[in-house]
Write a protein that binds this ligand. Structure first.
Ligand SMILES: [Zn+2]
Length: 186
């Protein structure tokens, strides 16, 4: 016998609970199994498991991914970045989204002080180089670095001015490791 596969919507009744075990993407109510997500139903006839694979499952970060994130902490030798998106996908991210960016991997130039390249709240584009046991990212190439900087005094978005970023509100410049294409990325 072949496994049953078809498209289901949330709330669709898919099997009897006495015949199948609830797998991912399903729930049981009053002896029946229902789909909890829109996706592809799979009734495994051998294992007796009902499962719905969502159409847009969240992605797991992997080495080599280009990611966008926000600087969430600055430490003496590293920045922490909360990853919000994997470039080129609409999918959400599952698992660990907190990445570490070591000072030696921030720029192709020597960085003396983390604050010379990143500040809290900056949006950065980076490349994932490790996902386990912790997520590590790097920005030591032209395409990577700050894509939108926030003024460290008034938190306004800063504009590119020469090799620095400039706050028109406070009329002052700050330094950053700026990514190619600064602020053209939404
Ligand atoms: Zn400002």
């Amino acid at each position: 016998m072949d496994n049953v596969e078809r498209t289901v919507m949330p709330g669709d009744e898919i099997a009897a609970a006495e015949e199948y075990v609830c797998g991912p993407g399903t729930y049981e109510l009053e002896g029946k199994i229902f789909a909890s997500v829109a996706g592809r139903l799979r009734l495994d006839l051998r294992e007796k498991v009902a499962e719905v694979k969502p159409f847009n499952p969240p992605a797991q970060l992997k080495s080599g991914d280009i990611v966008i994130g926000t600087v969430s902490a600055i430490r003496s030798s590293m920045a922490e970045v909360e990853i919000s998106e994997i470039e080129g996908t609409e999918r959400g991210i599952t698992g660990d989204v907190d990445a570490s960016l070591h000072v030696s991997k921030m720029s192709s130039r020597y960085v003396e002080d983390v604050r010379d390249v990143y500040r809290l709240g900056d949006y950065v584009r980076a490349r994932v180089v490790q996902v386990s046991p912790s997520v590590q990212i790097v920005t030591d190439a032209d395409d990577f670095g700050v894509i939108k900087a926030l003024c460290s005094q008034c938190r306004s978005a800063m504009v590119l001015k020469g090799r620095d970023v400039y706050c028109e509100n406070c009329e002052r410049a700050e330094r950053r490791k700026i990514a190619r294409g600064y602020s053209t990325v939404e």
